[in-house]
Design a protein around this ligand. Structure first.
Ligand code: FES
Length: 168
């Protein structure tokens, strides 16, 4: 394990600033996880060990946090992240079919991320637009009423590099 985990200098500086703000080092675990994820896109096993060592914890303590909080990732994500709401209202409006159509069209069937590392398709919990489901987010853009046909259109736009455009 390297001394700096190849983290950016800015991230290392912020980590060193954050830790002393807590009376107990262990309380800095979540802020550190967010900083590392912001820097590297996910929390690798090496990063979990590194954070644990920094905070005088065991790696298992860090792993438990990573697996508990849905916003923390233990795998790399694609350059584009497609999130499909699976909470009740969207699920009833067909979001599981939407997700399957996206996964098929974007070659993400055997896991969340396409083999070329371009796109991740994953489920998300309520995206706060329940009456316009199924709802999909592509990076920061919201798409509403995404049935299977619309899902394939969105996949086509992503494939052709147009990426996340107007909502609708
Ligand atoms: S249930 Fe899907 S946005 Fe709320």
């Amino acid at each position: 394990m390297s001394q700096t985990m190849n983290l950016k200098e800015e991230t290392l500086r912020r980590i060193d600033e954050v830790i002393p703000r807590y009376p107990q080092k262990r309380s800095a675990a979540l802020p550190l996880l967010h900083l590392v994820q912001e820097d590297q896109g996910y929390i690798s096993p090496e990063a979990m060990e590194w954070i644990a060592a920094k905070l005088d914890l065991e790696p298992i303590n860090i792993w438990e946090l990573v697996t508990f909080y849905p916003m923390l990732r233990d795998k790399p994500v694609g350059k584009k992240v497609v999130r499909v709401c699976r909470t009740l209202s969207c699920a009833l409006q067909g979001s599981y079919k939407t997700c399957s159509a996206l996964r098929e069209a974007l070659n993400c069937e055997n896991g969340d991320t396409s083999p070329d590392g371009e796109v991740t398709v994953e489920f998300a919990e309520c995206l706060a637009s329940c009456h316009t489901g199924p709802v999909v987010m592509v990076n920061d853009d919201l798409y509403e009423h995404v049935d299977e046909k619309r899902a394939r259109e969105i996949a086509g736009e992503l494939d052709s590099g147009k990426g996340s455009g107007a909502a609708g």
